[in-house]
Design a protein around this ligand. Structure first.
Ligand SMILES: NC(=O)c1ccc[n+]([C@@H]2O[C@H](COP(=O)([O-])OP(=O)(O)OC[C@H]3O[C@@H](n4cnc5c(N)ncnc54)[C@H](O)[C@@H]3O)[C@@H](O)[C@H]2O)c1
Ligand SMILES: [Zn+2]
Ligand SMILES: [Zn+2]
Length: 390
């Protein structure tokens, strides 16, 4: 089959790879009909290189039609239309029982000291072939895939794989009080969707980014927008009685603009040979912290920071004095997809309150994936969300 494969830093190839097969009784094979490119994929494109091998199949946002199931999968049958959550979880262990599917004890990547395996997301997360492909093997299919109705277009449901539960968890973890205000840093797909969900719940939303089209898109949905810059924390305070918002969602993560020293450190690490680079990043790696530092600065005293942007540093210098003194609450992590999916499904109707049907800015054939990655990374042509069709 054909798939998008990682071949090196900023090098994606549309290539032939082996067809996936049922390997365990709990596997399913899905024929992919739509698959997204995520901001998380951009970390692989650039800074996470030491944790990938040339040829790894990318992608963790996929939906499609069940092709085949193992003997242990009784909840699905060939022909079912399903969305595949980006993490692989068993549904029955202690962690899954708590709604912490990202910490699933059955699929935890223990040799790396990491949580649940993810599709298409490096050796740290199990090196599982991903969903930017014609077919994908889905482990733990007795639990993971979400069956969705026939009829509406793929765009209606695809975001259940990642964007919707991720943005939903970001808002839940932000703990915004009734009538409260949240600032959302980063208006890529995740930040944009978090804004929509917070607005839908009746909160006041301030959005920050540097990309004009992304600011405009958020503004059109009722977000008060600010352009990222040196004085943006003051501007946020000015909008919130000088106090700061009740919560800040950081939907930027480790590659934020405005962190020149850490950017240099990331680039230096990138020059080391792969084996050393991986070890170095796991001990001494640093993130570009501009967004997190802004969140710490801007959130009101006693407020909550919800980190949904991915961080991966092991030696990040943090202003603990301020975090402690301001009594900031911090919540973070990969989204637990199945914890939230049943609450989100009722919003995916023809009324389309979150406007998912028009959320994607680009639909392209899978074979144009390599160009699509470059366009999304460079934020060219108004690209916010790119969906690929095998
Ligand atoms: N926790 C999860 O489960 C999960 C799931 C999906 C994505 N993510 C992460 O969420 C983050 C956002 O993903 P996305 O798909 O929206 O990606 P994206 O890269 O399109 O969005 C990031 C946005 O942040 C903006 N930005 C950069 N620096 C900024 C700064 N200093 N202040 C304000 N804005 C800034 C960029 O212009 C961009 O619009 C990524 O880190 C991604 O890895 C996490
Ligand atoms: Zn993602
Ligand atoms: Zn589990």
């Amino acid at each position: 089959m054909k798939a998008l494969t990682w071949q090196g830093k900023r090098k994606i190839e549309y290539a032939d790879v082996p067809d996936p097969k049922i390997q365990e009784p709990t596997d399913a094979v899905i024929r992919v009909t739509s698959t997204g490119i995520c901001g998380s994929d951009l970390h692989l494109y650039e800074v996470m290189s030491p944790f990938l091998d040339a040829g790894d199949v990318l992608g963790h946002e996929a939906m499609g039609i069940v092709e085949e199931v193992g003997s242990g999968v009784t909840n699905l049958k060939p022909g079912d239309r399903v969305v595949v959550p980006f993490q692989i979880a068993c549904g029955t262990c202690f962690m899954c029982g708590q709604g912490l599917q990202t910490q699933c004890e059955t699929t935890q990547v223990r040799e790396q000291g990491m949580g649940a395996a993810l599709f298409g997301y490096t050796k740290l997360y199990g090196q599982v072939p991903g969903g930017q492909a014609e077919y994908v093997r889905v482990p733990q299919a007795q639990y993971g895939p979400i069956v969705v109705p026939e009829g509406p277009p793929d765009d209606r449901f695809l975001y259940l794989s990642d964007v919707l539960p991720t943005a939903w968890q970001a808002v839940e973890y932000a703990g915004i009080p009734d009538g409260g205000t949240v600032a959302v840093l980063g208006l890529g797909p995740i930040g944009d969707m978090a804004c929509r969900i917070a607005l839908h719940r009746g909160h006041r939303v301030i959005g920050v980014d540097l990309v004009a089209e992304r600011l405009e898109r958020a503004r059109n949905n009722g977000v008060e927008t600010l352009e990222y810059g040196n004085d943006v924390a003051d501007a946020i305070r000015e909008l919130t009685d000088g106090r700061g918002p009740d919560a800040v969602i950081d939907a930027v993560g480790m590659e934020a603009h405005g962190s020149p020293t850490a950017k240099f450190a990331q680039q230096l690490a990138g020059l080391l040979p792969d084996a050393i680079q991986g070890a170095f990043m796991q001990k001494a790696g640093v993130d570009r912290l501009a967004a997190l530092l802004l969140a710490i600065d801007a959130v009101r005293r006693g407020g909550t920071i919800s980190l949904v942007g991915v961080y991966g540093g092991a030696a990040d210098p943090l202003p603990m004095l301020t975090i402690f003194d301001k009594q900031i609450q911090l919540r973070m992590g990969q989204a637990n997809v199945r914890r939230w999916s049943d609450q989100i499904l009722p919003l995916l109707t023809d009324e389309d309150p979150l406007k998912v049907d028009s959320f994607a800015t680009h639909h392209l054939p899978l074979e144009q994936g390599p160009d699509a990655y470059a366009m999304f990374q460079q934020k060219r042509d108004g690209a916010v969300k790119v969906l690929l069709t095998p």
